[in-house]
Ligand binder design. Structure first.
Ligand SMILES: *Cc1c(COP(=O)(O)O)cnc(C)c1O
Length: 375
């Protein structure tokens, strides 16, 4: 079998770069020739293009996805004494940003099927101190936003989407990033739309919030050296904006390729007759999954990961430790809190290669290697 020598990395960014190299280099050259590196016209154009692509009124580019969450919390005035509800199963920044503004994250277990925050448990976690709920669209699938928005609206609680993994995803026909008061995206290089370094975005329909984020992004100064708020340096580089402007027009077709790859995995796993022993990701009705990650679940996850490594297949665990088990959050969890679904997920999840340029032969190699291990 020729497949045995095939290497399948978890992610291969070289392919994508090769397909847009000339455009990227001319955009980078344009910025170098201008010698304007911080904010400026490239960032303004990127913001306008992203606002149009996402169908949102205000798009404010920032320095990273983490800073997007931080500045969104700052813009809402969240601080000491406030509680912010987050899923316990996400990337660290979702909860870390809450602590950085002085507020208390309150962790909630996830839905066992989607691994997104469970709206029923959100309701139980609300107290008079709850100011914000941060649903995460994990792996590129939107959280169940309608019940969350309903309970939030009834209690005067804000909702911030962590859409870092979900650019292009939709929920009941509406795009991720337009489903809450304020939304956060990441353009970390491995994300579905990746810069050549750190970059992020805040989106909102609210004029006042957008102005506040713009002010906070640059030390609260307007004009320069006249400070209205205590913000930070959350500005975006012109070089990152220029690269993102080259990539943005390709995003929809790259996401389509990810979805097609997920569909092919489904067919191949079905044909290999392993779907009773391997839990595959699914796309609930009314949602468009953009497969930032294609995550399967299996009881002996570490065994499968090691086997795939021996067959040249790259995989990763997103995420091995839920928030309620992180050393730095130890003081936040009461003895009565339990998070069985997040704990099970942390033990069982494994992300397989799903990048747009993946070939059919590579996918067949991944599936036959998994079938071989399942026996
Ligand atoms: C990537 C990511 C972030 C943080 O984005 P950075 O750009 O790396 O700072 C936040 N939340 C989630 C869910 C992410 O996947």
């Amino acid at each position: 079998m020729g497949g045995l020598s095939l290497k399948v990395p978890l992610l291969d960014l070289q392919h994508q770069y090769a397909s847009i190299r000339e455009d990227v280099l001319s955009a980078v050259t344009r910025v170098c020739d201008s010698q304007q590196f911080i904010m400026g016209p490239e960032v303004e154009r990127l913001e306008a293009e992203l606002a149009a692509a996402l169908g949102v009124r205000h798009a404010v580019a920032v320095s990273s996805g983490t800073d997007a969450i931080l500045v969104a919390l700052m813009a809402l005035g969240i601080g000491p004494g406030d509680e912010v509800i987050t899923p316990t199963f996400s990337f660290f920044a979702t909860a870390g940003s809450v602590v950085r503004v002085g507020a208390r994250p309150v962790f909630v277990d996830v839905d066992p099927l989607t691994l997104n925050i469970d709206p029923a448990r959100v309701i139980n976690a609300i107290t008079p101190r709850t100011r914000v709920i941060i649903p995460v669209h994990l792996y590129g699938l939107c959280a169940d936003m309608d019940p969350i928005n309903q309970v939030a609206a009834a209690r005067g609680i804000h909702v911030i989407e962590d859409a870092a993994q979900a650019i292009g995803a939709t929920y009941r026909g509406r795009p991720a990033g337009t489903l809450s008061d304020i939304a956060c995206f990441s353009f970390f290089p491995t994300k579905n739309l990746g810069a050549f370094g750190d970059a992020g975005l805040v989106t909102t329909e609210d004029e006042v919030l957008a102005s506040k984020v713009r002010l906070l992004r640059n030390h609260g100064a307007q004009p320069k050296y006249y400070h209205h708020l205590i913000g930070g340096n959350f500005r975006l580089d012109a070089l990152q904006a220029a690269v993102l402007r080259v990539k943005l027009p390709h995003l929809a077709s790259w996401n389509e390729r990810r979805r097609a790859n997920a569909g092919l995995y489904g067919d191949l796993f079905e044909r290999a007759d392993v779907t009773s022993r391997l839990h595959l990701p699914s796309e609930p009705q009314g949602m468009t999954h953009v497969y930032h990650q294609y995550v399967v679940r299996v009881p002996d996850r570490d065994g499968l990961k090691a086997h795939l490594a021996s067959r040249g297949v790259g995989t990763e665990i997103y995420y091995p430790v839920p928030f309620h088990r992180q050393a730095c959050f130890g003081h936040l969890v009461c003895a009565a809190d339990t998070f069985p679904h997040a704990d099970a997920a942390a033990a069982e999840v494994l992300a397989l290669p799903i990048f747009p340029e993946l070939t059919r032969a590579q996918q067949e190699h991944v599936v036959s290697s998994i079938a071989e291990w399942l026996g």
